[in-house]
Design a protein around this ligand. Structure first.
Ligand SMILES: CCCCCCCC/C=C\CCCCC/C=C/C(=O)SCCNC(=O)CCNC(=O)[C@H](O)C(C)(C)COP(=O)(O)OP(=O)(O)OC[C@H]1O[C@@H](n2cnc3c(N)ncnc32)[C@H](O)[C@@H]1OP(=O)(O)O
Ligand code: FAD
Length: 627
């Protein structure tokens, strides 16, 4: 689609800045945009299209999906409803439901979290009781805390949802399983009988995703609505367990992998905005007889922003690497081979937390680097922060996931000490953890991060074992040591992030032009050096770094900032975000930030009149002492 058509869609969509819409209007505007984008996104290629037309169509699809996906009431339909059908449905269930879902004949969401439980899935209270007489499940929310609470699109958008409920047969619980539930009439969109629906209210961000609540009052669904790929209930009520109860958690692993790439994207947007603004903003006069410099020439500004460019690259490389692992493990699971699932789960439980922790902090740093104008909603930095920080919590709260990863690390280490071989991304734990002398090369620093991880894991295992020897139960010992268990997981995650970024860049370096290779490897060097300085305490403790080495690292870091400076704007331009996607007064490609700030200011409803009605109603009587 040509430039004008995409713009016209954008123009049609954003006639009113969202900041000045009511909560209800924001949602209604978002539905309008989502429907339009979906129509655009899903206009299919036809075989007699020219290559150029197909390319333009794909380009438009990228543009539209990138604009709508983050804050749309359809978000869960794409990111969880469809993947759950794919991952948890039988072949015939997939056949039937995928067609309807892909064609948007139905809109779905994923309802797992309840008012009373989010992390502890085994504590979910929504009941699905099998009635063999009618071959139906009776869905029921026994108490308020069992109401589903949070699912995106649940409030007023979706008419179907995947409900994760506790299965009961003849009074016996068989754990949590996925059920396909129609929640609204397909013609009238009214909630079906026995179903209570509503919106959970205004949030820090995601205010057009339509997060909702759902309560059941003995609502009946047919037996074939349980997604039965991983476990089955036969007509007579016989329960057939799956090969691994955690296979029902598969969608969460998938989304955690998605989130790592989403953090790369969010951070790239924020640093594009902040860096472009830093290139046009001039401030202060360090040299009396010279004009005000670009704030991008302040080294402190480079320190705030360049790591965000490198981190976006690092998250992207790790996400692509993790995606390959996810994909191959999924194929293995399909053939009943489960032994690589724990490692995939552990990796996702490290990389999702670290990418969201870093991205959230760095997006906020991008906002802070833009002074007052960064505080404007029209800069779109606060909203980007709001979207990113949600990922700290959703899809598995970060602390909980780091503790999950710690479970795998502790098991791997204890097994290693007993002589069991380590494999995959944990194989390095068997390596030599004594560092004779500091090696300041990129590979040397990455090796030091691995040594830090080994030493942190081994020492927290020792703490656990000492607590248990002192008589504490394993659960109490685990809880007491949990701060340092999360630290050990973070150390492992850092080692993975660094080594994968480096190795993935090395793979690509061979096909890059020398100038491009030089710049991209400077970013790898910056990333590794930045984190060595950030974690200098660990390096001093475990990696034999000396004060002289630290001094050298600091000087190298400063030189890297200077080396990257000439290419900084080019590096964010290379993310290639259209202005419509950045949606920022500060980050537009033409650099006309001041004009755009003023244009947006004039859209404030308050500027429609020179004197607001409150003057005559309140201010004037107040100032005249007549109120
Ligand atoms: C074109 C458009 C494009 C659209 C795409 C948009 C892209 C945008 C990106 C993302 C958008 C996504 C939006 C999502 C919105 C949010 C959705 C949600 O939040 S859904 C709800 C998510 N909830 C959770 O994640 C809950 C977290 N809790 C858990 O995962 C688990 O309960 C646990 C805490 C990990 C475990 O709990 P518990 O202590 O009870 O332990 P157990 O149950 O006993 O389990 C421990 C053993 O089980 C293994 N395990 C646990 N989880 C998994 C898993 N997922 N996979 C495999 N194995 C698992 C664990 O290893 C333990 O094993 P052992 O050690 O015992 O062997
Ligand atoms: C923007 C957004 C969108 C969401 N969308 C969906 C959705 O579409 N579908 C859906 O099902 N859910 C959704 N969720 C819900 C999300 O999955 C839960 O919020 C998340 O799983 C955390 O559960 P919780 O909120 O109940 O917090 P809790 O589980 O109560 O945890 C609260 C805090 O307690 C601590 N804690 C809890 N357990 C432990 C532990 N074992 N060890 C140590 N500390 C612990 C942690 O500090 C944690 O932050 C969404 C949430 C948000 C914010």
């Amino acid at each position: 689609m040509d430039e004008q058509k995409v713009l016209s869609i954008k123009g049609l969509l954003d006639d009113t800045p969202e900041e000045y819409l009511s909560h209800k209007e924001k949602y209604e505007n978002s539905i309008r945009k989502s429907v339009l984008f979906y129509k655009t996104l899903h206009s299919t290629e036809d075989e007699n299209m020219s290559v150029d037309e197909k390319t333009k169509l794909n380009f438009r699809n990228i543009v539209t999906s990138a604009i709508f996906k983050d804050n749309s009431p359809f978000m869960l339909h794409n990111s969880m409803f469809i993947p759950t059908i794919m991952g948890q449905g039988t072949d015939e269930q997939r056949e039937y439901w995928m067609k309807r879902a892909k064609n948007m004949e139905i809109i779905g969401t994923y309802a797992q979290t309840e008012l009373g439980h989010g992390t502890f899935i085994r504590g979910l209270e929504t009941q699905a009781t099998y009635d063999p007489d009618t071959e139906e499940f009776v869905l029921h929310s026994p108490v308020l805390s069992s109401y589903k609470w949070w699912p995106g699109g649940l409030a007023h958008t979706a008419n179907y949802c995947i409900v994760m409920a506790r299965l009961y047969i003849k009074g016996k619980s068989h754990g949590i399983h996925p059920f396909m539930v129609q929640i609204r009439d397909e013609e009238t969109h009214m909630p079906l009988p026995g179903i209570k629906l509503g919106e959970i209210g205004a949030k820090l961000g995601f205010n057009t995703v339509n997060n909702g609540f759902l309560g059941f009052e003995n609502h009946r669904i047919s037996r074939d609505r349980m997604l039965m790929k991983n476990a089955q209930v036969l007509k007579d009520g016989t329960f057939v367990a799956g090969s691994n109860s955690k296979l029902t958690y598969g969608t969460m692993v998938y989304v955690r992998v998605l989130i790592v790439s989403n953090m790369a994207n969010m951070l790239a947007k924020a640093v594009t905005i902040a860096l472009r603004y830093s290139a046009i903003r001039r401030q202060s006069q360090p040299k009396p007889d010279e004009p005000e410099p670009q704030i991008l020439d302040y080294v402190t500004q480079q320190h705030k922003l360049f790591i965000a460019i490198a981190s976006s690259h690092a998250f992207y490389m790790n996400a692509m690497w993790l995606w390959e692992i996810y994909y191959s493990v999924s194929l293995q699971l399909a053939s009943g081979k489960l032994d690589n699932l724990p490692e995939l789960h552990a990796l996702a439980c490290c990389l999702k937390p670290l990418s969201t922790i870093d991205a959230t902090a760095m997006i906020e740093k991008c906002r802070l680097a833009c002074g007052g104008h960064g505080y404007m909603l029209s800069a779109n930095l606060a909203q980007t922060y709001g979207l990113a920080t949600a990922a700290y919590t959703y899809e598995g709260e970060n602390t909980v996931l780091l503790l999950q990863a710690a479970r795998s690390l502790v098991k791997a280490w204890v097994g290693h000490v007993k002589g069991r071989p380590l494999k995959g991304t944990m194989a390095y734990l068997a390596g030599d953890s004594t560092v004779k002398a500091w090696d300041g090369s990129i590979d040397g620093i990455i090796q030091s991060f691995k040594v830090v991880a080994i030493r942190k894991i081994s020492s927290v295992v020792k703490i656990l074992q000492d607590y248990e020897k002192s008589g504490l139960s394993p659960e109490d010992a685990w809880n007491k040591a949990s701060v340092f268990l999360t630290a050990a997981s973070e150390a492992h995650g850092r080692a993975v992030l660094l080594s994968v970024y480096k190795s993935e860049m090395d793979k690509r370096a061979a096909v890059l032009s020398p100038p491009l290779r030089k710049v991209l490897l400077q970013l790898v060097d910056l990333y590794v050096t930045y984190w060595a300085l950030e974690k200098v305490g660990d390096m001093l403790l475990y990696a034999s770094i000396t004060d002289k080495d630290v001094d050298e690292l600091q000087r190298r870091y400063i030189e890297l900032l200077a080396a990257i400076r000439p290419n900084a704007v080019g590096l964010v331009d290379a993310f290639d975000f259209r202005d419509e996607i950045l949606n920022s007064t500060l980050g537009a490609y033409d650099g006309r930030a001041y004009e755009r700030l003023m244009e947006e200011a004039m859209k404030s409803p308050l500027n429609a009149e020179p004197v607001n009605q409150t003057f005559h109603k309140y201010l004037k009587p107040f100032m005249r002492g007549k109120l």
